[in-house]
Design a protein around this ligand. Structure first.
Ligand SMILES: Nc1ncnc2c1ncn2[C@@H]1O[C@H](COP(=O)(O)OP(=O)(O)O)[C@@H](O)[C@H]1O
Ligand SMILES: [Mg+2]
Length: 221
């Protein structure tokens, strides 16, 4: 990320950012409206910077938008924003479409990913009949089935109870992929490699979880 700035609706939302994100687990924290979601959306080209440029493994999020989208999976706060088909199986199959797999291979990959996320046999279940936690896991599975090399999650646990938060975090912990997670749940960041703190569109702290969280608490005090 080089000298990146972002405006939305004519207002500055993120101020000059120069960052190189290489760690496997990166957390993003800050008050409501501080720019966390905007920052997250820059990472996969959902938003284009109004100044500077954002590259992911050398690919420009604007010029190479398609390749970047394939590489960076994005999980929204509300799973309903990204689940588009009525059944779990159809929804997961959607992500596999570009791969043009044979039906049997497609079904096999769907079965495996559902087994991995505690949803074995859920192919024919109606998404709207699932619990919120199950829907969030389906949304996560729907992104992971595309095999992104980086996963960006925007407050993925906000709608979840403690049990489902643990299930989701266990699923995320098990990933070998790089993860960038926006969260208000500071406890989830304990084992992370690096945490970024935003305040009114500025990056005000960047470092180890304990140090940055302490800074955040001081900011709010
Ligand atoms: N679609 C939009 N158009 C204009 N301004 C927006 C839009 N979305 C968010 N903003 C503004 O950008 C700022 C940062 O928002 P956001 O990145 O969503 O923060 P956070 O995720 O930390 O709550 C806020 O001031 C918000 O009002
Ligand atoms: Mg947000």
């Amino acid at each position: 990320m080089e000298t990146v700035a972002l405006e939305r609706g004519g207002r500055p939302v993120l101020a000059r950012l120069d960052l190189c994100l290489t760690e496997r687990r990166i957390g993003v924290i800050g008050a409501n409206g501080s720019g966390k979601s905007s920052f997250a959306r820059l990472l996969n080209g959902l938003l284009a910077p109004t100044g500077g440029r954002v590259t992911v493994d050398g690919l420009d999020t604007v010029k190479d938008a398609k390749a970047v989208r394939r590489r960076v999976g994005f999980v929204f706060q509300n799973p309903d924003s990204q689940i588009v088909y009525p059944t779990v199986g159809e929804d997961l199959a959607f992500g596999l479409k570009p791969l043009k797999l044979e039906k049997a291979e497609e079904a096999r990959r769907i079965r495996l990913i559902l087994e991995r996320y505690g949803l074995a046999g859920a192919e024919d279940r109606l998404v709207h009949e699932l619990s919120g936690g199950e829907r969030q896991l389906v949304a996560l599975a729907g992104v992971l089935i595309m095999r992104p090399s980086i996963l960006v999650l925007d407050e993925p646990t906000t709608l979840l109870d403690l049990r489902n938060t643990r299930r989701l975090m266990a699923a995320i912990d098990a990933l070998s992929e790089r993860v960038v997670m926006v969260t208000h749940d500071l406890d989830l960041l304990a084992g992370f490699d690096r945490v970024l703190l935003f305040d009114e569109g500025r990056l005000v702290a960047d470092g180890a979880p304990a140090t940055v969280i302490e800074r955040y608490r001081a900011l709010l005090a």
